[in-house]
Ligand binder design. Structure first.
Ligand code: FAD
Ligand code: EPU
Length: 337
């Protein structure tokens, strides 16, 4: 393990923001993680744990250490009649894990195809897409507790997993380094095809009896048509979370905005933030190199040399416009650093 000084983070975040880290280390194993945290000097603090950098916005140089988790390994831990339990090292690329599961006929995460980033970040915001969340398949999470200085395992109930959040994004942030996770996957997959355009796309492709790999291919097709590829245009996916409102709030809003879409979710209703942002006139807005994506206003983009502060200023402008017009508080999904 090597600790480097004054390293540009441009290639380590999908927004492509050019800031520097005072110290920077890539940790390839649990031994590296232990050695790094065991040898931290005061001037190396604080520590930012980083995976693929696809859910962060850097707004300034990082005056501590950035620790990139790069540990690899997918191992079958155990198997029963219905399930296979896979242990996955935190540094595995998430989509490689999905590919592995699909190729081995294991169901549960095919709808989470093509989400960028590493497996270790998955529990942090309980990654979700197309009607599936990581919590549906998560069996356990192993962490290094860098404050208590021991290793421990979290069962799903202890992870406080909810829409785009968990204990690791709240009080456990910067304390628990996720070193691996265990997923419980189905040997007899039950496909989840009800979200959005999945069925329509399968029909159009003439697929009558979809397999895991057909679902994966369709999800990849839908996502590629909607979301900008960070390798081409810097972004971190949805910048904001979709807000949930009460039936009373909905009744108030629908009077003034009869075309407002909403989706019921338990006792609450989910309103697409993309619609709210579009209604405030931000779709396709560009200020310098900071912009709102033309097809998907939930995604903020870096056209080249935007700074994190410029993107943050645009985000804050969106938040206050949505608040003013609809009385709804948009919350950032992306971790601002
Ligand atoms: P990073 O950006 O490196 O880190 C994110 C946060 O997790 C940081 O706070 C970091 O400190 C923490 N962290 C990372 N690794 C660890 C670890 N090992 N231990 C403890 N903390 C850690 N997300 C979705 O949920 N659904 C989507 O459909 C989706 N689509 C996206 C599409 C695009 C084009 C992009 C760019 C992003 C999308 N995202 C989506 C967001 C992002 O891909 C996920 O949040 C992903 O899990 C982030 O992984 P990462 O390794 O890049 O995390
Ligand atoms: N919409 C508009 N105007 C637009 C575009 C979209 O009003 O210009 C509305 C439509 O009404 C559509 C709705 O947005 O029904 C939702 O679109 P989509 O199904 O693509 O979902 P999303 O809300 O944009 C969420 C997640 C994505 C995830 C997709 C698929 C959040 C914050 N985002 O996006 O996750 O991939 O659903 O499940 O929940 C991410 O978290 O980074 C991310 C990309």
């Amino acid at each position: 393990m090597q600790v480097l000084h004054n390293i540009s983070l441009k290639q380590y975040n999908t927004f492509g923001i050019d800031v520097k880290a005072r110290y920077f280390a890539e940790l390839y194993s649990d031994n590296d993680i232990a050695a790094f945290f065991g040898s931290l000097q005061r001037e190396m603090m604080p520590v930012l744990i980083l995976g693929g950098g696809s859910n962060v916005l850097f707004t300034k140089d990082f005056q501590g250490s950035v620790a990139c988790i790069r540990s690899k390994g997918i191992v079958k831990l155990m198997e029963d009649e219905h399930h296979v339990y896979l242990k996955i090292a935190a540094g595995e690329v998430w989509d490689d894990v999905v590919k592995y599961a699909v190729e081995h006929g294991l169901g549960g995460i095919e709808n989470l195809s093509l989400i960028p980033g590493n497996a270790g970040a998955g529990p942090v915001q309980n990654i979700g897409a197309y009607g599936v969340e990581l919590k549906d398949v998560l069996y356990s999470v192993e962490v290094a507790d860098v404050i208590a200085r021991h290793y421990r395992a979290f069962r799903p109930a202890e992870c406080e997993l909810a829409y785009r959040t968990s204990i690791f994004k709240k009080q456990g942030k910067d304390r628990f380094v996720i070193t691996s996770l265990c997923l419980k996957l189905d040997k007899q997959p039950v496909l989840k095809l009800d979200y959005g355009d999945i069925r329509k796309e399968l029909d159009q492709a003439g697929i009558k009896q979809p397999t895991l790999s057909a679902v994966r291919d369709i999800i990849i097709k839908i996502r590629s048509g909607k979301l900008p590829d960070p390798a081409v245009l810097g972004n971190a996916g949805s910048f904001f979370m979709n807000p949930f409102i009460t039936a009373d709030e909905h009744a108030r809003l629908i009077k003034d905005f009869p075309s407002m879409p909403s989706f019921s979710s338990g006792e609450l209703l989910k309103v697409p933030a993309a619609w709210l942002i579009g209604q405030c006139g931000f779709k396709g807005r560009r200020i310098g190199d900071a912009g709102v994506h033309e097809q998907q206003p939930l995604v903020l983009v870096n056209y080249g040399n935007a700074s994190g502060r410029e993107i943050l200023a645009l985000a804050d402008d969106i938040i206050s416009s949505v608040k003013q017009k609809f009385g709804i508080d948009l919350e950032k999904e992306v971790n601002v650093i």
